[in-house]
Design a protein. Structure first.
Length: 700
């Protein structure tokens, strides 16, 4: 339900919606596989019902069958959603994976019962299940080969981007999508603009992958990669980046604003998989999740084995030489130094050298989470702390990313070094990274963490300050009691970087008319109601105090929509209005009610300069039609103004959904045409079914 044109307009000038039997004035033959980038090539493998010979591109809506789908503690919320759509049996039990990881320190009867119910459900349905203590779901997905190079694997969690570290396209979905995948094996995705990040040079000693992504978040902090997919390039530079470094970088492309961050599959990837294969072969008999072997039978892991690894070598997937990208960013790794993110923002990155001189005292330090708690990370910290003790008055918390990681660290002696230094050990899981369990920041405290997010209040008190850094810097800070590195001479060289937005354009010939299904409106009319604010978040659209009130009816929603943004909105909006917002509309929380509350006011369709992707997914899944048109929004801001929070414009609009155009008649009688994409068959079907849940019900 989302019509789009590119904000930068450098990768496409129309969005293509697939699958729909949609005719183009150019032929499929002109769109050879040689024009696809890596993201497009991976999606091509998992896209369903494409016209013969069709090659997918950025902007296309596609129906996808993901390789795997992960849910964690939120499996408990997906189960009733799955049942409510009339499903009883999971379509493909080998597709989902359940891993309990978020609230593993919670030993209350309620939480233990929740966990037991998830385990029982997984057993009943035949789904692979990993209990609390086995590890963070994303790490398990890597260790057990569910997230495998050159595959498309999704998760109902924002840090599924991490799978890109081994060359998998990992991207987040929402809970409704997870239920749909359980029931049908499929969901939808709009292929985002793809940004090429060209890495150059070699990392200096003491600079890690965490420093790379912190630097990128700080250098390009104006939404340059918002809702894009990122490909990392640079053959020589990549030779100096371990897979563990790549996993950390891909993980935090989420905080950078991207939907995916993918590295190429190279020798380092193959070596990583073979190392993991050897550990599996040595310890398989201790893994209760693997089947018993018959006498004389050799063990072969179902996903990480000689055949699957050899297939990566024999059948490489690489971007074409003339692949198209929306932007090209470059970063010279040799110019980087250790960096620290914060406080309380991932978009503020400061060289460690600048912070050391400030002698910022800390109360707590954390080496936990899916971004930086692997064996190599624990080793970096152990090298700093060997034979030493944590500063008195500082609490240092450590949790391995998984039980497998902890075992490896114990074998290497690194775990014992951390414990002897005074680390407080937590179970493998998310814990303080998501503000759960032991060791949270208290009022006025300062913490430094090797986690991926330092949003205000996330790790404890809203009045606390949180910084992010690499494992070595976190360990050194815990040792000294101030933010500092392992060495007192942390030199700072200004990073060398560039951005190019005039990447080669693909063919932009106009498309023909898309098929319009019976009962779907070919034209939607209404008056424009303008809410000009940029970054209007979901709490402004639908206040958090109502989010967990399950008794809220549609009529109740009508009375509170936009309450935190403009209390007078409900007195201005009229049935049939076309709501127009600013840029990055719907940012923030993933609450579905932000979309359903707007729809409750009898609004069929809305326009914005751009949308938060999570709001876009929730809108499509709940049958709220969306258009993205920066040109129209900018015209409104200039001619109508931005003084009023909500403004009836007197501008009338006709949205020709099959022709990809919006015709606006202004209050002065002038008329203007805006080009947008057309709605294809697949999204029309979801809208006609009143949302994804209804669409799934029809197919059951």
């Amino acid at each position: 339900m989302f019509l789009s044109i590119s904000r930068t307009n450098v990768y496409r000038n129309t969005t293509r919606i697939i699958p729909s039997v949609q005719l183009y004035r150019r032929t499929y033959a002109t769109e050879s596989a040689d024009s696809q980038n890596l993201i497009e090539k991976i999606v091509q493998k998992y896209a369903l019902d494409l016209p013969e010979g069709y090659k997918v591109k950025s902007g296309d809506y596609v129906t996808i069958r993901p390789h795997h789908v992960l849910t964690h503690d939120n499996t408990g919320a997906v189960i009733p959603k799955f049942k409510s759509i009339g499903a009883t049996k999971i379509h493909d039990p080998k597709q989902p994976v359940y891993a309990l990881d978020h609230d593993v320190q919670n030993k209350t009867d309620k939480n233990l019962m929740k966990y037991a119910n998830i385990e029982a459900w997984g057993k009943e349905q035949g789904v692979d299940f990993y209990p609390a203590g086995r590890g963070i779901g994303h790490q398990v997905m890597i260790e057990e080969g569910y997230a495998f190079p050159n595959t498309l694997t999704v998760a109902s969690d924002s840090h599924s981007n991490m799978y890109g570290g081994i060359g998998a396209l990992g991207t987040p979905i929402v809970r409704t999508d997870a239920a749909a995948i359980w029931a049908t094996g499929r969901t939808w995705w709009q292929i985002p603009p793809v940004v090429k990040v060209e890495l150059q040079g070699k990392l200096p000693t003491g600079v890690t992958g965490k420093d790379v992504i912190i630097t990128l978040c700080g250098l390009f902090n104006k939404d340059q990669v918002l809702n894009t997919a990122i490909e990392f390039h640079g053959e020589e530079a990549l030779k100096g980046l371990s897979v563990e470094d790549r996993l950390a970088i891909s993980n935090m492309t989420t905080e950078w604003g991207a939907l995916a961050g993918v590295f190429p599959v190279d020798n380092a990837t193959i070596d990583f998989l073979r190392k993991r294969q050897r550990r599996i072969d040595l310890t398989h008999f201790e893994n209760k999740n693997l089947p018993e072997l018959k006498k004389g039978e050799n063990f072969v892991h179902p996903r990480i084995n000689d055949q699957t690894i050899q297939a990566l070598i024999d059948h490489p997937v690489k971007p074409s030489r003339n692949a198209t990208y929306s932007k090209i960013l470059t970063l010279d790794l040799s110019t980087l130094s250790p960096h620290v993110s914060g406080p309380n923002s991932v978009k503020v990155a400061t060289p460690l050298a600048d912070l050391q001189s400030q002698e910022i005292k800390i109360n707590k330090a954390y080496l936990v989470s899916c971004v930086n708690s692997r064996a190599s990370d624990l080793k970096q910290a152990a090298e700093v702390l060997k034979g030493k003790k944590i500063k008195e008055g500082v609490e240092f918390y450590v949790a391995a990313a998984s039980s497998e990681v902890q075992k490896e660290a114990e074998e290497a002696g690194d775990w014992e070094i951390l414990v002897q230094a005074g680390a407080k050990v937590l179970p493998a899981g998310c814990g303080p990274c998501v503000g759960l369990g032991t060791g949270l920041l208290k009022d006025g405290e300062i913490g430094i963490s090797a986690t991926n997010r330092n949003f205000k209040g996330r790790m404890g008190s809203p009045s606390a300050l949180a910084y992010l850094a690499s494992p070595a810097v976190v360990a050194a800070s815990a040792l000294s009691g101030i933010i500092s590195g392992p060495s007192t001479s942390a030199d700072h060289v200004k990073p060398a970087f560039s951005i190019k937005t005039d990447a080669p354009k693909a063919s932009t010939e106009e498309t023909g008319a898309a098929e319009v299904l019976p009962n779907f409106p070919s034209v939607i009319k209404g008056e424009i109601l303008f809410c000009p604010a940029d970054n209007l978040n979901t709490d402004g659209i639908y206040p958090g105090k109502y989010t967990y009130n399950d008794d809220m009816t549609t009529d109740d929603m009508k009375k509170v929509v936009m309450e935190n943004y403009d209390p007078n909105f409900v007195n201005i909006v009229q049935k049939g209005d076309v709501l127009v917002g600013g840029f990055n509309f719907g940012t923030g929380s993933s609450r579905e009610q932000a979309a359903t509350a707007i729809k409750s006011r009898d609004i069929q369709i809305m326009v914005a300069g751009s949308y938060s992707d999570i709001f876009k997914r929730n809108s499509v899944n709940n049958a709220l039609l969306l258009i993205e048109s920066p040109e129209l929004v900018n015209d409104l801001k200039q001619e109508v103004g931005i003084t009023d929070l909500t403004k009836r414009t007197g501008w009338n609009v006709d949205v020709h959904v099959a022709e990809g155009k919006v015709v606006v008649r202004k209050d002065n009688g002038q008329e203007k045409l805006y080009k947008v994409g057309a709605l294809g068959k697949s999204v029309q079907e979801i809208w006609l079914a009143n949302g994804l849940e209804g669409w799934v019900k029809e197919r059951l």
